[in-house]
Design a protein. Structure first.
Length: 160
């Protein structure tokens, strides 16, 4: 997937529009945001700006929060915007529309705490310019519009 984005989709878009290949960005929501966080920390080449909203950092037993299993690449750098909804600190608050059985299977998930841990991990690497925030009164299903708007404004203010 990453090679498809890097070597096919991005060059195609850059050939059709006035885009700067040296100023590419990658963004996502939920599991797509997990991919963005993985690229940011493991294979950042070719991207300069990263937008991750409600990243599913709980995936694979919190892989990206574990410095031993997923160390941040030495070459990792970039402008980063991270966000999560305030109500994503428990499945009952973050996903109220899910059936009870699914919410119960997600018991113990705290995407707010996970984002705080991930942000702290990134802050140990001075090559990142990071803004991380918890969007008030938002849950997983509705946080995207508010967060992506704030993220794009933040990332647009950073100089290449």
């Amino acid at each position: 997937m990453l090679d498809l984005i890097r070597h096919v989709i991005a060059p195609f878009a850059e050939s059709a529009h006035p885009l700067d290949p040296a100023d590419r960005g990658l963004g996502g929501f939920s599991l797509g945001s997990l991919l963005t966080c993985w690229v940011l920390t493991r294979r950042p080449e070719g991207f300069r700006r990263f937008l991750a909203v409600s990243p599913s950092l709980w995936w694979d037993d919190h892989l990206l929060l574990d410095a031993q299993r997923a160390p941040v690449a030495d070459r990792a750098t970039g402008d980063v915007y991270l966000a999560v909804g305030e109500r994503e600190n428990s499945p009952d608050r973050g996903w109220p529309v899910l059936p009870t059985a699914i919410r119960e299977s997600l018991a113990g998930l705290d995407m707010v705490a996970d984002l705080a841990r991930f942000t702290a991990r990134l802050h140990t690497h001075p090559a990142f310019r990071i803004r991380s925030e918890v969007i008030p009164d938002q849950q997983h299903a509705i946080v995207w519009p508010a967060a992506v708007t704030r993220g794009l404004v933040h990332l647009d203010r950073t100089e290449p």
